[in-house]
Write a protein that binds this ligand. Sequence first.
Ligand code: B12
Ligand code: SF4
Length: 518
Amino acid sequence: MRGFKRSLRYTSGMPDILLTTINARYVHAALGLRYLAANMGDLAPHTHIVEFVLGQRAFEIVEDLLALKPRIIGIGVYIWNVEECTRVVALLKRVAPHVKVIVGGPEVSYETAEQRICALADYVVTGWGDVTFPKLAREIIDGAAPASKVIAGEQPPLAQLVLPYTQYTDEDIAKRFIYVEASRGCPFKCEFCLSALDKTAWPFELDAFMAELEKLYERGARNFRFVDRTFNLKVAVSERILEFFLARMDDHLFMHFELIPDHLPEKLKQSIARFPPGALHFEIGIQTFNTEVQTRISRRQDDAQAEANIRWLREQSNALIHVDLIAGLPGEDLASFGRGFDRLHALKPHEIQVGILKRLRGAPIDRHTETHQLRYNPDPPYNVLATDCITFADMQRVSRFARYWDLIGNSGRFHQSLPLLLGATPFDNFMRFSDWLYGETHKTHEFAFERLCEFMQTHLTQVACVDVTVATAAVLTDYQASGARGRLSFMDVGVRTRDAQSATARARMRQARHVTTV
Ligand code: B12
Ligand code: SF4
């Protein structure tokens, strides 16, 4: 796919200023660039956004950018695109050295002296770019460019920013996630996270923000993703936003929010409980249930309250619950991580994301690198490879566990068979499956659903020693429920698809026995 250019809004000729980035996927529209574009002032008619997607080649990107004959190119650099962006800047500076390249974004906001992309670029703006990028562009155009290469982004009061939402095109609204931001920053200090460096969370002026939401809704936006680090920080604000959506509920509305797990006052619960199935998606960071590790990484969390809230959400609301855990935190071994996984799994979230600790540039977690022998991948995404508690081999096992868990646990496609696999000790049993599957295939990607079903049935019957009738019936039920109608190799063992449901029911007693013995 070539760069997708938004309808040109400059009046004549080519734009002087391009704002660009490489998004993780097409559906992710870059909100950061839209802030910059919205705050360009009199340069707005000369500014144009061009977005690319991971997988596109630096050569293609450079060709597309230069075809627009810009004088200045601003590039949004993130952990997922820094490698390709570096190649883009290197090529740009070779073939068009006269074009001024300004890089900004979280990945180039810290450790600038160590990064090749910063050395290649003409300017690096660290932190917020909303007002600093327009100023710098104006200075370059006026021939008054600053002498220093690295410029600290200003953080004006948020009320001074022009909100970016009119920058979303009709195509964005029809086809992409609409990222919105009711507050910026986070008051907490979890050391693995970049937001730990924020002094606090700053709210946008609520009436102005709500008016923008209304306009987006009127234009047809239905897929709203809030980038607020902690949506439930100020309950009155959260409630007003939820009520806005409740009043406009339809079959297509979808809202994503990040929540802190231990703060769900009654009033907020009342609003949440009124949403229909599938409308709310909550991402909740647990990260670890090990209190010693929580303290070590400065994460404050009331685990009992967090558990009670997740349980409430699952039992009393229709929200989809996605919960995050991080493996490889300083001082946490595999057994402790496994206990955390089991504790979380018992709360029945729809998805558990098993993440591997990353050393984000600038994140305070670095202070534990030596004491806990945290050995990180030197290349993005800077995932931890080994710690004093988890060997490289075990970390590799956890990475595969995470990938297979996405395919099987989080996919929601193995309702009947997954409980047979997990039994009473989900982490250990799934790890056993993961080790076995990798031994059989040496693959973590490109599994057709049919093949996964076959592997599930083989593992259940040959490794986990589940009764063949029970296992086969459960897998077949899952297969049928997906709507697939092909033939699976094990259908020949004697259990026919039409019998699957009843066999599962008959086998509940035996299942229970298995659960206590695996
Ligand atoms: C949306 C999002 C995503 C989307 C992708 C979005 C996209 N465009 O493709 C998805 C969900 C895929 C994603 C995934 C990940 N993400 Co993410 N994500 C975000 C999130 C929630 C919102 C980004 C946003 O729009 N922010 C709002 C805007 C206003 O802020 P901004 O983007 O930082 O832009 C400002 C400045 O950076 C700067 N700026 C930006 N561009 C430019 C350009 C120029 C020229 C200049 C001068 C300035 C400038 O000015 C802007 C306005 O002030 C942020 C957290 C957050 N709230 O910011 C994390 C965040 C960006 N993600 C992060 C991480 C770590 C990840 C993952 C690695 C998480 C994981 N799974 O472990 C993955 C990696 C994905 C991959 N494929 O490898 C980190 C980034 C660290 C880094 N160094 O880049 C963040 C900051 C979260 C955090 N607090 O740690 N993510
Ligand atoms: S992990 Fe969440 S709560 Fe902790 S600092 Fe980051 S955004 Fe804030």
